[in-house]
Design a protein around this ligand. Structure first.
Ligand code: ZN
Length: 428
């Protein structure tokens, strides 16, 4: 438990550390980034006005538009000679967000990931197969350095090559694999096709991230692979993976590394801070980043914070699994829903495979919604009857009726081997 001192410290000790690091971060941003100096001046603030984390709500937000406006390096606080690494997060539209790291930033990040892995029940002597994509995406190298920092062995296989992944799990006896939740399921299917039962292999942990994962989806992964499924959270704008993770003991919310990243939850509409326990948009402030200090970043991810000591002994605040982003909200004929609500329904039915797609279109100026699901290999019942049952359940959950509900053959919905799965296709 080499990394746990700060995670089990009394709150007062943590608070002191946060206050000190917040002051340094604000000063760094104000003195070295024009964008922040102007934003603070517009708000009538100087770094002296921010003494403790209680003052944080005085600070203006940072948004993804700010990253776009300051592309590529307008938010950097250090000179090129101090930057040792660049990553980028792909935007769905326009230019990517470019992020940078000093050597110290890389060390802090690796340490944060190592702490995550330890919380997931891994340690020196374990082998972690890293199936995140390497390259500009922070997932690959972020995880990689964290495994090494932990003193464990990393297999840098990267995304895709699914048959090879299964062979490596078998031949090298990997203890853990890091990948997206949808890929974990695809891996299980591929192994089945190869006649390999992953449950018989030493694999015991799947670290999944980069995609939202509901509890039923996690249960499906745990059951099919015979593993513990641990959700890791992070985003490139803040650091990459490593902001928070579930502990293996409780698996009840993700412990945030609060000594490095300060969390708030705000009303996504008004930006007003919400009390603990209420769901809203997660806002994060970096507390140690040198190259790219970020103040009050609007992540777009919806979650709830809860404090109180955990079964595992950690005293750090926990956030709920992120199952929706405010950007993912689907609005159809004036009704709102999150794709994760469809996922919950799909996973309630044993006869239905954990894959789905949602197609939105507009016909004669009217929005239409088509949901496609897939039955399990061993399903031999009446499809019409199954379709009616799923449809009734969807109606209850979504409060309106999809125009079409299609049940595909097993394997009929396209699988994503590399990168994030796409579930919603908006043709409007
Ligand atoms: Zn815990």
């Amino acid at each position: 438990m080499a990394y746990q001192a700060i995670e089990t410290a009394p709150r007062s000790e943590l608070r002191e550390c946060q206050n000190e690091r917040l002051q340094e971060t604000v000063r760094n941003a104000y003195e070295n980034v024009d964008h922040y100096r102007e934003a603070l001046e517009d708000a009538g603030l100087t770094p002296d006005d921010i003494e403790t984390v209680d003052d944080i709500t005085k600070l203006p937000f940072t948004t993804k538009e700010d990253f776009r406006d300051e592309y590529p390096d307008g938010l950097f606080a250090v000179d090129n000679e101090d930057i040792v690494r660049i990553h980028a997060s792909s935007g769905t539209t326009g230019k990517p967000k470019i992020v940078s790291y000093t050597q110290n930033d890389v060390d802090v990040w690796s340490d944060a990931v190592a702490r995550c892995l330890e919380a997931a029940g891994l340690g020196a002597g374990d082998t972690v197969q890293n199936a995140y994509g390497y390259g500009l995406f922070t997932g690959g190298l972020g995880l990689h350095y964290g495994v090494e920092e932990l003193g464990a062995t990393v297999i840098p296989i990267g995304g895709g090559n699914t048959q090879r992944q299964v062979e490596m799990l078998e031949d090298l006896g990997s203890d853990a694999i890091a990948c997206t939740p949808s890929y974990a399921l695809y891996l299980a299917e591929t192994a089945d096709d190869m006649g390999v039962d992953i449950k018989d292999l030493p694999l015991r942990v799947v670290i999944f991230g980069a995609e939202p994962c509901t509890d039923p989806m996690r249960e499906a992964i745990e059951e099919r692979l015979g593993v513990k499924g641990i959700d890791i959270y992070g985003l490139s704008e803040i650091v990459g993976p490593g902001v928070s993770i579930e502990c293996a003991e409780a698996q009840e919310g993700l412990h945030i590394h609060e000594d490095r990243f300060y969390p708030e939850v705000v009303d996504p509409e008004t930006g007003e801070p919400l009390p603990e326990g209420e769901e809203g948009e997660l806002v994060l402030t970096t507390l140690s980043k040198e190259a790219l200090p970020v103040l009050r970043y609007r992540t777009g991810d919806l979650t709830t914070l809860s404090s109180g000591e955990c079964e595992c002994g950690r005293t750090t605040i926990r956030m709920d699994n992120v199952t929706g982003r405010s950007d993912d909200l689907v609005i159809i004929r004036g009704v709102n829903f999150y794709p994760s609500e469809v996922e919950d329904v799909v996973l309630e039915f044993d006869e239905v495979a954990p894959h789905y797609r949602i197609d939105l279109d507009r016909v004669n100026n009217l929005d239409t919604l088509e949901i496609t699901i897939e039955c399990e290999h061993d399903f031999e019942g009446d499809r019409e009857e199954l379709r009616d049952r799923v449809l009734t359940r969807l109606q209850n959950v979504l409060s309106f009726t999809p125009d079409t509900l299609t049940i595909e053959e097993p394997g009929g919905i396209e699988r994503t081997e590399v990168g994030k799965v796409k579930r919603v296709y908006d043709h409007r």
